[in-house]
Design a protein around this ligand. Structure first.
Ligand SMILES: [Zn+2]
Ligand SMILES: [Zn+2]
Length: 212
């Protein structure tokens, strides 16, 4: 008896729609992508070439952009990296403390206003204790008045910081005078880590808000 699989008829190619002129056609092989009209073949090839060129130019643009970024990063000074690291840490503080009142006066803070209404207030100031400028236990969300006009408003700041972390932690901050060396790779790491942590907290807060 013959194998039934051998009696199988060769598959008839199914009709397709030409992507150029939209007419129906039956391809002669699986490689045929357009109808039998040579104009459609030309148009199809042109389109494909344009797509390849477009992809290539996008790739070149990306390479140039990355290159420019690298060169710009190389030009950044230690002071630039220091600023960017502090911005990242302060953003982290904003999202970590989101919803909490001013650490010093206890008044509610307007977290809806980005950049201005909420300060990242340092208990030991950046000026006098620059080695603690990224230390998150030393920083809390505070109002502009306490932070800028009252130089931190440190007496109630201390009381509320103790309430938050305990007296041991606060005393450790007060006695910590060990100088740190912050080199550029360290500042870059600070920036990267706190950018990530800030994003994480931001997502958490927003998810919590949506659920509320
Ligand atoms: Zn066609
Ligand atoms: Zn305040």
């Amino acid at each position: 008896m013959k194998d039934p699989r051998l009696r199988k008829e060769p598959k008839k190619p199914k009709p397709k729609i030409c992507p150029i002129c939209s007419t129906e056609y039956t391809p002669r092989s699986s490689l045929q992508k357009v109808c039998h009209n040579y104009k459609c073949a030309i148009a199809f090839n042109k389109q494909r070439d344009a797509e390849i060129a477009e992809r290539e130019s996008r790739k070149q643009e990306r390479i140039q952009r990355d290159d420019l970024k690298k060169r710009r990063e190389k030009l950044k000074t230690k002071s630039d990296w220091n600023k960017e690291a502090q911005v990242a840490v302060n953003r982290f503080i904003f999202w970590r403390d989101y919803g909490k009142p001013c650490i010093a006066c206890g008044k509610p803070l307007n977290y809806g206003v980005r950049g201005g209404a909420v300060d990242a207030s340092h208990y030991r100031s950046r000026g006098s204790a620059s080695h603690l400028r990224f230390y998150t236990f030393n920083i809390a969300a505070g109002c502009v008045r306490c932070n800028r006009e009252l130089s931190g408003n440190l007496i109630p700041f201390r009381i509320n910081l103790i309430a938050r972390y305990g007296v041991e932690r606060v005393e450790r901050i007060e006695h910590d005078n060990t100088p740190r060396k912050f080199d550029i790779p360290y500042l870059q790491r600070v920036k990267a880590i706190f950018t990530r942590r800030a994003r994480h907290y931001e997502k958490l807060r927003k998810r919590y808000q949506e659920a509320a």
